[in-house]
Design a protein around this ligand. Structure first.
Ligand code: FES
Length: 358
């Protein structure tokens, strides 16, 4: 039988190629990893901690959902996302019920700024809960594969021991290198197996025991918003320097009045007319300045892939070739991209006439 060969000279994967699901791996009773490859043999280039947006063909029309990549770019032949069944989730439910090996779906990205590559530090503290473990897993696998001195304390909270995603893999990592320490806490132990870890909600006393030098560590946090809020409040009360705190969130950010960005440039005017020329499609649409480019495209029957719709995920990134937009994003685009003419369609208002490559 011919040995399958990897094309090591292949280009990195680009998101105009659909991904093929090659494996579905059960992780816990309600969590599965979906592993994808590029049919062309392309490899995956991204930063550990980033995410992709999947275009899921659910009944009634495609939906786009954003998932952190749980695999590491140090293992570039495939890419995986790890999803947990949520009662109200249409996209994730479809994946769990219908996405099987051999199926191909569109994906956009990778995007995102939640990566320790962007914040080099001597020591890290990862804090996650539930399926928020996925970006931490990607970063930890990267650190393991790099085989360099790494100092990571990895704190993870779960409901029960059997809910801890990637537990075996993480325990294997920490058993082999001194620089990786795993600290687990569960809300309730299970009766059929003795639990030796921490028990109860993460609190400041527990944190002091888990990572006594936490004040010296760069913190990365991911989990449900109430969990992250509790972690933020705890760190603030402990005198932690919050400039060194980073969190991943796929919910719309709620800026308090004090945190709200100060917009000093000209704001869009509801009564002012604007015009968007979609150059690739040859469509021109008239709109109000307060419309987003994404909404104008949708009304014109054009599809711009989108995910979060509030400037975080980067899925709706398009190139602007003429005119000015008013863009208030939430970190889904870099300053370099903006300088090169890219905008996020979901949070850009056309100021007068603009042209975009759509
Ligand atoms: S859809 Fe997420 S940044 Fe626009």
């Amino acid at each position: 039988m011919a040995r399958p060969r990897q094309n090591w000279t292949a280009e990195p994967w680009a998101d105009d190629e659909a991904l093929e699901c090659v494996m579905v791996v059960p992780e816990t009773r309600d969590t599965y990893s979906f592993i994808f490859r590029a049919p062309s043999g392309a490899w995956f280039d991204y930063q550990p901690g980033q995410f992709v947006t999947l275009d899921l063909p659910v009944p009634g029309g495609n939906v786009q959902r954003t998932y952190t990549i749980s695999s590491s770019p140090s293992r570039p032949l495939s890419i995986s996302v790890t999803v947990k069944a949520q009662a109200a989730s249409v996209g994730t439910r479809w994946m769990l019920d219908h996405l099987t090996p051999g199926m191909r779906i569109r994906a956009y990205g990778p995007n995102g700024i939640f990566s320790f590559h962007r914040h080099p530090a001597a020591k890290y503290l990862f804090i996650s809960a539930g399926s928020g473990i996925t970006p931490m897993m990607s970063m930890t696998t990267w650190a393991w594969d790099r085989a360099q001195d790494t100092d990571i304390v990895f704190v993870h909270a779960a409901q029960r021991p059997s809910d801890i995603i990637f537990r075996d893999q993480l325990e294997h990592y920490v058993a082999r290198v001194p620089g990786l320490q795993l600290r687990l806490t569960v809300e309730q132990p299970e009766p059929f197996r003795v639990w030796h870890g921490y028990q109860g909600r993460l609190n400041s006393l527990m944190l002091g025991l888990m990572a006594p030098d936490y004040l010296e560590r760069e913190v990365f946090c991911c989990g449900p918003e109430p969990f992250m809020q509790a972690v933020r409040e705890m760190l603030v009360s402990l005198g932690y320097d919050m400039d060194r705190y980073h969190q991943e969130s796929f919910g719309a950010p709620v800026a308090s009045e004090a945190e709200a960005p100060v917009i000093e440039d000209v704001a869009p005017d509801q009564d002012a007319r604007a015009q968007v020329h979609f150059a690739t499609s040859g469509v021109t649409a008239v709109c109000a300045e307060t419309d987003t480019v994404l909404a104008v495209a949708k009304r014109a029957g054009l599809n711009i892939p989108s995910g979060c719709t509030f400037g975080l995920c980067g899925t709706c990134r398009i190139r602007k070739t003429a005119g000015e937009v008013h863009m208030v994003h939430n970190g889904g685009i870099s300053d370099e991209d903006i300088a090169e003419g890219w905008i996020l369609a979901c949070c850009s208002n056309p100021m007068g006439r603009i042209a975009v490559e759509v």
